[in-house]
Design a protein around this ligand. Structure first.
Ligand SMILES: Cc1cc2nc3c(=O)[nH]c(=O)nc-3n(C[C@H](O)[C@H](O)[C@H](O)COP(=O)(O)OP(=O)(O)OC[C@H]3O[C@@H](n4cnc5c(N)ncnc54)[C@H](O)[C@@H]3O)c2cc1C
Length: 417
């Protein structure tokens, strides 16, 4: 009997275990998933919590309910991986032995990494929304906020879902307008990037959306510390941004056990071959989801497309055959824009987000890089797709690889609406 051990039972780990349970002979393979708790969170819904548009019971499900029969779930914190001995030590002393390992422990916000972020003002005037507790605390603070400087801030890239801070900014702007207090609030978006987003065409479109909403953008801002008493963000180049209420995205890092195991880079992400997701150091370790160092967005969509490619590759690899699938870094992300509209972006390692239609070229129904109600409805529908189709490992009729059909290059004239 061989053992496939999956570390992390979130988006990538759950899909991986369920998909492989169907493909690996149960008489030959044990599949074991390890996670520290039994709460599976649908993280894309966190952005709606501060504005009262999603509740805890819509976000959280029991993890073990989503794992198929024939998959063991071990609830424990991972302490260390010994990749030479092929063992995983758990906090409490238990040791698990594996033949193949999938690391899918994601990335976590780390407010402890920025001086002055934690402390007496944490969740009083400084909030995060990358945790459910943080998003709920922010909802309470926003209910009492009726004037002043509201600052949305990104500490450093990469972060999971890099458009989520923009979404919260757009949603806050629309929410302030709905409450009739937009003119009493100064909205500021503070980013370490040189624009609203990383790639030129999307950065221009999303930057224009910030301008249209009269949201001031502070670019190239690398926070050195937060002065809680004076309520200012201070950058390494000694600029200051004042706030009354700060919504920050702390530094995101891979799990600490990755560092303890000598498997990670400086942010605890595991280096892999970006086309096969196989560790560059060990041919018994694959990394799926946010935990690897692949140069694309850290997003659930990426985990989904990567798992599609990985499943067949894994079967080839364990039989000693060359892996024939090649992951292209495909990502797509909805960007909530407020007023029940959203923008959709679709890109990969080589192709930046471009205008066009998705998923059916020239038809849609979704429109890329444009605010539409259909895109917003697509974002809302995705939650149901996530719990009922993606997590159980059912097939989704979306190609794993990016398609250029129907996409307009920057030099081409824009398509008619
Ligand atoms: C605010 C927000 C909005 C988002 N919006 C979108 C979106 O619109 N579209 C999109 O595609 N993606 C979005 N994402 C990103 C998406 O949620 C993640 O990319 C996805 O969940 C990554 O899957 P993963 O399996 O790598 O990590 P996760 O789903 O985070 O799972 C990691 C698991 O590992 C476990 N774990 C970690 N360390 C240990 C340890 N030491 N011991 C035991 N268990 C451990 C955790 O408990 C967790 O269950 C968003 C994320 C956030 C925070």
């Amino acid at each position: 009997m061989k053992t496939l051990l999956v570390l992390g039972g979130g988006t990538a780990g759950t899909m991986t275990a369920n998909r492989l349970r169907h493909r690996l002979d149960a008489h030959e393979w044990r599949i074991v998933v390890v996670d520290q708790d039994d709460e599976h969170h649908y993280q894309p819904a966190y952005i709606f919590v501060p504005f009262g548009d999603a509740t805890r019971d819509q976000v959280v499900r029991s993890r073990h309910r989503f794992l198929h029969d024939g998959i063991e779930l071990v609830l424990a914190e991972i302490d260390v991986v010994d990749a030479e001995a092929r063992t995983v030590g758990l906090v409490g002393g238990r040791e698990l032995v594996y033949d193949y390992l999938v690391i899918a422990t994601g990335t976590t916000p780390r407010p402890d990494q920025t001086p002055g972020m934690l402390g007496p003002e944490w969740r009083r005037s400084i909030f995060d929304f990358y945790t459910l507790d943080g998003a709920e605390a922010l909802a309470k603070a926003l209910a009492d906020f009726d004037h002043g400087r509201l600052v949305v801030h990104i500490t450093e890239m990469p972060i999971k879902c890099p458009v989520a801070p923009l979404e919260v900014t757009f949603l806050a702007e629309a929410w302030l307008r709905r409450r009739g207090i937009r003119d009493r609030v100064e909205l500021v978006f503070v980013t370490p990037l040189d624009g609203a987003f990383t790639k030129p065409v999307a950065a221009a479109r999303l930057g224009a959306m910030l301008d249209e909403r009269k949201i001031h953008v502070e670019t190239d801002f690398l926070v050195e510390h937060i002065d809680q008493e004076r309520r200012v963000l201070v950058s390494y180049d000694e600029r200051e941004v004042a706030y009354d209420l700060l919504i920050t995205v702390p530094l995101n890092m891979g799990a600490d056990y990755v560092a303890r195991s000598g498997l990670g880079n400086e942010l605890n992400y595991v280096p892999v071959d970006r086309h096969t997701l196989l560790s560059t150091a060990y041919d018994t370790i694959f990394v799926l989801g946010d935990a690897s160092d692949i140069p694309t967005s850290k997003a659930g969509s990426v985990a989904h497309f990567a798992v599609d490619v990985f499943v067949d590759n894994f079967l080839e690899h364990v039989e000693g055959r060359p892996m024939t699938g090649s992951f292209d870094g495909h990502a797509n992300c909805f960007v909530e824009a407020g007023d029940e509209k959203a923008v959709l972006i679709d890109f990969n390692y080589d192709v930046e987000p471009l205008p066009g239609k998705y998923p059916v070229p020239y038809v849609g129904p979704m429109t890329l890089l444009k605010e539409t109600r259909t895109n917003h409805l697509g974002k809302l529908a995705f939650r149901h797709l996530y719990w009922n189709v993606l997590m159980p490992g059912r097939p989704v009729p979306l190609p794993a690889h990016l398609s250029m059909a129907g996409k307009q290059q920057p030099s081409q004239p824009p398509e008619e609406a």
